[in-house]
Design a protein around this ligand. Structure first.
Ligand SMILES: C[S@@+](CC[C@H](N)C(=O)[O-])C[C@H]1O[C@@H](n2cnc3c(N)ncnc32)[C@H](O)[C@@H]1O
Length: 195
């Protein structure tokens, strides 16, 4: 059997694209964050899905975007929509993109899909790939909790604000802001120490 590293998203790719492509939830927060990065700066969109609407907003902000997603169907949709953007179909946990360095990294709707140890490891890998002063925006509930993903039925879990803050700090990232969007999704915004 082929391993599903997309945490169930490959099987629901069509339903996800249908639901997400026309959604503007969280866009204002992503746009504001993108505007805080250097114009033309490099950004990695981790768990990019089809690229709508998050990658599209990063491109509109004038950023040089690379992307990762573990679902072949979603990466195919992404390539059709953004043929000029480099996208890797691979699990974030093992992505070769983290050998590069970036001004920013964004992970919307991804971190909490991963097992807790993989969440911690991914935060560490993101920190390693950020330039000094680089920024990381990700979503996860503020409280420690676990729930079944509405689309995939898979278990998701949040480490909670206190633990995310601790893991970020261990990785040379400090929490600089938190945001809540119109869908009640919680965003953590962190920055790597300047050199
Ligand atoms: C809730 S969707 C969010 C997609 C996009 N960021 C957005 O905001 O519309 C989660 C995405 O993470 C991807 N994903 C799940 N597990 C992954 C993993 N281990 N590595 C990379 N991508 C993964 C799924 O394929 C899916 O596209």
């Amino acid at each position: 059997m082929i391993e599903d590293t997309s945490n169930g998203y490959e099987a629901v790719a069509d339903a996800f694209v249908a639901a997400r492509s026309s959604s503007t939830t969280g866009l204002a927060i992503v746009r504001k964050w993108a505007a805080s990065l250097p114009r033309g700066g490099s950004v990695i969109d981790i768990g990019c899905g089809s690229g709508e609407p998050v990658t599209a907003a990063l491109i509109d902000a004038g950023l040089a975007v690379s992307a990762i997603d573990a679902s072949p169907a979603l990466v195919a949709a992404f390539r059709q929509r953004f043929p000029d953007v480099e996208v890797a179909c691979e699990p974030a946990e093992r992505s070769r993109f983290f050998d590069h360095s970036f001004d920013g990294a964004v992970a919307i709707g991804l971190i909490f899909l991963l097992p807790e140890s993989a969440q911690r490891d991914l935060i560490g890998r993101v920190a390693g790939a950020l330039k000094p002063g680089g920024r990381f925006l990700f979503t996860a509930p503020r409280q420690v909790c676990a729930w079944d993903d509405v689309l995939t039925g898979r278990r998701s879990s949040s480490l909670g604000a206190e633990e995310y803050g601790r893991v970020l700090a261990q990785s040379e990232l400090h929490l600089i802001a938190e945001h809540v969007d119109e869908g009640e999704n919680h965003y953590f915004e962190a920055q790597k120490r300047a050199a």
